[in-house]
Design a protein around this ligand. Structure first.
Ligand SMILES: Nc1ncnc2c1ncn2[C@@H]1O[C@H](COP(=O)(O)OP(=O)(O)OP(=O)(O)O)[C@@H](O)[C@H]1O
Length: 682
């Protein structure tokens, strides 16, 4: 087996060869609006004449990522990988499934999960800098999109949110239309994206919508995790060539890093550099055009008529060891082939050149990358998010319409059970039970919207990490868009449950009743949004939300009267924290104040005033008016929303601190690795 470095070549000659090797893939071509990919007649990638000045230089050196294996210690996912990405170049990360491509992208983009540990240096323009929140754009492997929107709406709303205010609406729309056309989605502009239960566009089209949204602002640093999955070979080629040609739009060099599974030979020619991984180890990092030669010189020549990328992946895929041993690997076990390639790469001049490039990039001081991208102003963001959320809520049957139908059915049930309660002594208990049911159970059912909240949170997290808008704008948009729907639910089912049983007459009394119902539903929604931001899982979130509400209902002072509540915990502080306390007391005052109840006893009729019932039966605090209770409820709505905002902001702030805390020195990592088969070569 021969190495790519000829031992007879002098250092000077080696450097010259490498200089040629690295520059052959970087021929400069000035392009005049040519939409074709930047390959020359020989099929070799050429670099367009772009400015590197404003571009982003990304380097990573000896990067390790490990995850805890519970009692078994740690497992390394990435083992000491080194590389770089420069403006005007497209770096492709390839390797068998599970080799660590997404992990490398996540590490570079600063988005590793909290159960991982990272070490090594990742520098942006030679500086240690936290990415995310707008410094880069990342098209993740999952397409997290608002399923109710059409392709056109998704991209237009995104354009309005991301593009700066100095661009007019028509300019923003023009940019969105252009990107939609570039990604070949013009025929699906009016098709809904679709999701669970509703078929919309195909998986490949969703991939392209995700890419459209992230390239709208022409980010300087773009990460793409499998951008071509679900696309046919022609679509893959066009999508990748559009991505590769992003530079030409304004002549600024873009740094693009994409993980890719099965590039056709045409797509392969678009790559400037190739990073080939196997079990987290670097098998090859260098010019894509030289990878074939590297494999051939190490005894793995690409058979004629075979796509080189297929050949590379077959050579280093050990997941199907038996088949490969029998038919494809020429008798050499894959593990051995990988070890040999990895060692050969480490010893090669290509590897040395990569390290030299990394050191050179780090030496040049280009200044840290600006954290703030110019995007739409705060007011525009709030307005666009409110409008988008209103449309989403209107079209998502599960968000409010199903709830409205169930509320109508339930209020009809209440109306029949409590129909015309009258003014006898017996009606006192009936009125109390009816009001408590409304304040507890009708509001409790708001948790039915939780799956939709979780979907909203997922979209928010993706857009937020990519810096599309701020957290406050999201909370405001989400709050205001819910108002009309909750008003509808408070008024329609509310009036059925109020008038048919014959509760206290008068517009003021009904409006108060509907306002309390509205405030309670807003509160439960806010509570569930807080839960969704902490527990983004349907089942666990619903159980958590239901549990919290169950405790508040118990301590609210109806099922056990206030004076009978056990003092520790239940009376102090839960009774005062539970919004149900204010809802029960407000509704009771609204209902009983001013009414008189009659008891026909044998010794003659006896009356009892509403005030007396409030004091003696329900133990209501009579020194405050019902309006104070409503004001407390509305104040709680604001407080819960502020808490929601606080939770998201704290999560954003705490995550990088936890990440930094978990990043330990490489040596420590090597020591904790217990699985020798996963130990990367040094
Ligand atoms: N946060 C994590 N916790 C535990 N294991 C993880 C974590 N992240 C990644 N892994 C494991 O690391 C390995 C590499 O995962 P990664 O997603 O990076 O692979 P990949 O090359 O992108 O795969 P694919 O091409 O199939 O998407 C997998 O075995 C995966 O299970």
């Amino acid at each position: 087996m021969t190495s790519v470095v000829d031992p007879n070549t002098s250092d000077h000659e080696t450097n010259l060869t490498l200089a040629t090797l690295f520059s052959t893939s970087l021929e400069v071509e000035t392009v005049h609006g040519n939409p074709r990919p930047s390959t020359n007649a020989g099929g070799r990638v050429v670099r367009t004449a772009v400015s590197e000045e404003d571009g982003v230089f990304l380097t990573w050196e000896d990067l390790w990522v490990t995850v805890s294996n519970g009692k078994n210690g740690s497992r390394s996912i990435l083992g000491g990988v080194t590389g770089y990405a420069r403006p005007g170049e497209l770096l492709a990360i390839m390797g068998p499934s599970g080799c660590g491509k997404s992990t490398l992208l996540d590490a570079l983009a600063g988005r590793l999960g909290s159960n991982t540990r990272q070490s090594g240096d990742i520098l942006i323009n030679g500086h240690k800098q936290a990415l995310a929140f707008g410094t880069s754009a990342y098209v993740t492997q999952d397409d997290i999109l608002m399923t109710t929107l059409t392709v056109g709406e998704a991209v237009y709303y995104s354009a309005q949110l991301q593009l700066p205010d100095f661009m007019s609406m028509s300019e923003k729309k023009e940019r969105a239309d252009m990107i939609i056309r570039e990604m070949g989605l013009q025929d699906s502009v009016n098709t809904r994206i679709g999701g669970w239960g509703t078929k919309g566009i195909s998986g490949g089209q969703k991939r392209r919508v995700s890419i459209c949204i992230e390239i709208l602002t022409r980010p300087k640093l773009l990460f793409l995790d499998e951008p071509t999955s679900g696309l046919d070979s022609a679509a893959s080629y066009y999508v990748m060539s559009r991505i590769a040609s992003l530079d030409r739009m304004d002549g600024i060099g873009r740094t693009i890093i994409a993980s890719i599974h099965q590039p056709s030979s045409e797509v392969f020619q678009l790559f400037h550099n190739l990073c080939l991984l196997s079990s987290g180890r670097t098998v090859y990092f260098g010019p894509a055009s030289q990878a074939n030669e590297f494999f051939a010189s190490n005894g793995f020549p690409c058979p004629s008529f075979q796509n080189p990328s297929d050949h590379f992946l077959k050579t280093i895929n050990k997941d199907f060891e038996k088949d490969i041993e029998q038919g494809l690997g020429g008798g050499i076990p894959t593990e051995e082939a990988i070890d040999s390639l990895t060692k050969s790469y480490k010893a090669s001049a290509i590897c040395q050149e990569v390290q030299r490039q990394v050191a050179e990039i780090c030496k040049q001081d280009r200044g840290a990358l600006e954290n703030k991208r110019s995007h739409a102003g705060f007011v525009t963001q709030c307005l666009v998010l409110t409008r988008r959320s209103l449309v989403n809520m209107y079209r998502d049957l599960g968000y409010y319409w199903l709830r409205l139908a169930i509320y109508v059915a339930l209020s009809l049930g209440l109306a029949t059970v409590f129909y015309d309660v009258g003014f006898t002594y017996g009606s006192i208990q009936a009125r109390g039970a009816l009001l408590a049911f409304v304040a507890s159970f009708l509001t409790f059912m708001t948790i039915g919207g939780f799956p939709s909240f979780v979907e909203d949170m997922k979209v928010f997290e993706r857009e937020r990490l990519n810096g599309h808008y701020g957290t406050s704008a999201f909370v405001i948009g989400n709050t205001f868009s819910a108002v009309p729907y909750l008003l509808l639910i408070s008024l329609i089912p509310g009036s059925i449950a109020y008038f048919l049983p014959g509760l206290q007459k008068g517009a003021e009394h009904f409006l108060y009743f509907a306002s309390v119902l509205f405030a309670c539903m807003m509160l439960v929604e806010s509570l569930m949004m807080i839960v969704a931001s902490v527990v983004p899982n349907f089942l666990m979130g619903i159980i958590t939300g239901a549990g919290i509400q169950g405790l508040m209902i118990l301590g609210g002072g109806f099922f056990r009267l206030p004076n009978d509540l056990p003092k520790p915990v239940w009376r102090y502080p839960l009774y005062y924290i539970a919004f149900h306390k204010y809802a029960y007391q407000g509704l009771f005052k609204n209902e009983f104040e001013g009414l008189t109840f009659l008891n026909n006893q044998s010794e003659g009729p006896k009356t009892i005033s509403g005030d007396q019932i409030l004091r003696d039966n329900w133990q209501v605090e009579m020194d405050t008016s019902k309006w104070v209770d409503l004001a407390v409820l509305l104040g709680m709505v604001v407080l819960y929303r502020v808490l929601f905002l606080g939770f998201i902001k704290t999560k954003e702030k705490v995550k990088p601190i936890v990440r930094a805390f978990l990043s330990v020195s490489p040596k420590k990592n090597i020591q904790v690795m217990v699985n020798p088969s996963a130990t990367p070569l040094n």
